[in-house]
Write a protein that binds this ligand. Structure first.
Ligand SMILES: [Zn+2]
Length: 253
């Protein structure tokens, strides 16, 4: 949960407002051009739609994965197929944009408004998802920290979708990445998704949401959702990214 705004973001907002004013004054001469919004993380250079491929699609998929069709496992594969069209359409609808499933300037500008210069969504930060026992980034059980962080970035964007779906309520992250010694210390499962940065545990960040409410709202955004009723999950919702659907919280749904 981010409770403050960085000076850089605030400056970006001021510049953005000036640009809007200018564009309005000059009859929006750039209305058909690709978004020119300077973003410290990633800037798309043109419209993407079904059939598009490449890293621009991958970057889009990371940010709309939390809006994929219910009951599906959304692939972040750089290929803009029907599943991506659906996710983009759901994202557009959720944020009040024209929902055509095509990612153009309006969609990209909404994403820019939702992300910080370090690519994290505005309501989540790296400091919330690093090793929960020791802080920082101790080496993972396998692979690299870069892979762990790439997974965590996906998880944060999916969580951003959940908090918006719930009406922009704050979510508090209680555990995300765990090195092996940390996972052992907290009694995590031997092959827990937390070991790879593929999971985060969340709880309500205010009285505006409930554990079960978060659990229900999470099923569209994460293949793995564990909550009250599942052993050892009475006090948090576990959200995991994996290749099969497993949702279990018998006290909630
Ligand atoms: Zn967990």
């Amino acid at each position: 949960m981010r409770l403050f705004t960085r000076p850089g973001r605030r400056l970006g907002t001021v510049v953005g407002t000036l640009l809007v004013t200018l564009a309005t004054s000059f009859v929006a001469i750039t209305s058909t051009a690709a978004p020119a919004h300077a973003d410290g993380c990633y800037t798309w250079s043109g419209t993407l739609q079904q059939g598009s491929t490449g890293n621009a699609v991958t970057q889009l998929q990371i940010r709309v994965a939390g809006w994929a069709a219910s009951g599906s496992v959304f692939a972040i594969d750089g290929s803009y197929g029907p599943a991506t069209t659906t996710a983009v359409r759901n994202f557009q609808s959720a944020y009040g944009l024209s929902a055509d499933g095509v990612a153009g300037a309006a969609t990209f500008n909404k994403i820019y408004a939702l992300q910080d210069d370090d690519c994290t969504p505005i309501h989540f930060d790296w400091s919330e998802v690093d090793d929960v026992c020791f802080g920082g980034w101790p080496a993972p059980i396998s692979g690299t920290i870069a892979q762990v962080k790439a997974n965590l970035l996906q998880a944060m964007w999916r969580a951003e979708a959940i908090r918006h779906r719930l009406g922009d309520v704050p979510l508090r992250v209680t555990s995300a990445y765990r090195s092996k010694s940390c996972n052992d210390r907290v009694g995590g499962a031997t092959n827990s998704n937390h070991l790879y940065g593929r999971a985060m545990d969340v709880v309500p960040g205010s009285s505006a949401s409930t554990m079960c409410g978060i659990g229900r709202a999470s099923r569209q955004s994460f293949p793995q959702v564990l909550g009250p009723g599942y052993p050892d999950h009475s006090d948090h919702i576990h959200l995991g990214i994996q290749s099969s659907i497993y949702h279990s919280a018998s006290q909630c749904f």
